[in-house]
Design a protein around this ligand. Structure first.
Ligand code: GLP
Length: 259
């Protein structure tokens, strides 16, 4: 059975909306499927605008995009990227900043023009202007394809539970759960920044196509609620039920609570 056949047999439309659910066997299959969608878009539209995420979930996707670039299948020369979020309170050159993460895990390995790379800046003294400018930029440049991970509390970007659905880019105080989850990158929870700047849900929902990827049982409760629960600010990812073109790609562990 080839990889597409495996996907096809596991792919279904769930809930009262049109979210497409693909259950992959494991993390590698999630990354394969997500990268196929990205590569197909970049081939079809070499000037595509991509929305990018950080965290462990998209690492396999980024590795496959780098491989495709190395094999001359795709070029990023005319691609523009917009990242979801950035920590506030650490410098952009901190090894755990999302600016560093993106450089290390994607940008330095491909032929992207760094003038076409956008992450929200995190200079606290100018943060209101930074948020406004990022919104303007996003409004001018609708995102063709956005990749999202999901926090164990259902956050997307850094839109924590309770965030109004109408928010555009803003500064957020991070949940204790999110800081604990992300402490593995910093060594200790006290070293995890308390605040971040993030695209709001309204910005995210404007993307033409959204892919949400998740693996592991730690995500299973958030995935269940996202797909089958009410649309509620208590579980920010549930708003994706209202998106017209959202593909959810998860492994069997993350799918373990699904009917
Ligand atoms: C962070 C990021 C999110 C990401 C989430 C899950 O909080 N701001 O964009 O989706 O972590 O990360 P991981 O993929 O490492 O589980």
């Amino acid at each position: 059975m080839n990889i597409m056949a495996i996907y096809a047999s596991h792919s279904k439309i769930v809930n009262r909306c049109n979210m497409e659910l693909i259950i992959a066997k494991n993390y590698d299959e999630i990354s394969d499927k997500a990268s196929e969608i990205f590569i197909e878009l970049i081939k079809r539209n070499p000037e595509a605008k991509l929305g990018l995420a950080t965290g462990s979930s998209p690492l396999g996707l980024y590795q496959r995009l780098i491989q495709a670039y190395n094999k001359h299948e795709i070029s990023f020369k005319q691609i523009t990227t917009f990242n979801l979020d950035e920590y506030v309170g650490i410098s952009r050159n901190h090894p755990q900043s999302y600016f560093s993460f993106m450089n290390e895990n994607l940008f330095k390995h491909i032929d992207i023009d760094l003038d076409h790379v956008h992450l929200p800046d995190n200079d606290l003294s100018k943060i209101d202007t930074i948020a406004k400018d990022y919104n303007k930029l996003l409004r001018k440049n609708p995102i063709d394809l956005q990749v999202l991970g999901i926090g164990s509390n259902g956050h997307i970007g850094f839109n924590e539970p309770g965030t109004p659905l109408g928010n555009e880019t803003f500064v957020v105080e991070l949940d204790e759960q999110t800081r604990n989850d992300n402490s593995r990158f910093f060594g200790h929870v006290d070293l995890v920044p308390t605040h971040a700047i993030t695209m709001g849900i309204k910005n995210i929902m404007r993307a033409k196509h959204i892919i949400l990827i998740a693996s592991g049982k730690e995500k299973s409760d958030a995935i269940y609620q996202m797909l089958y629960g009410e649309v509620t600010t208590d579980l920010p990812a549930s708003v994706l039920q209202l998106h017209p073109n959202c593909t959810v790609i998860i492994d069997e562990e993350a799918a373990r609570l699904l009917p």
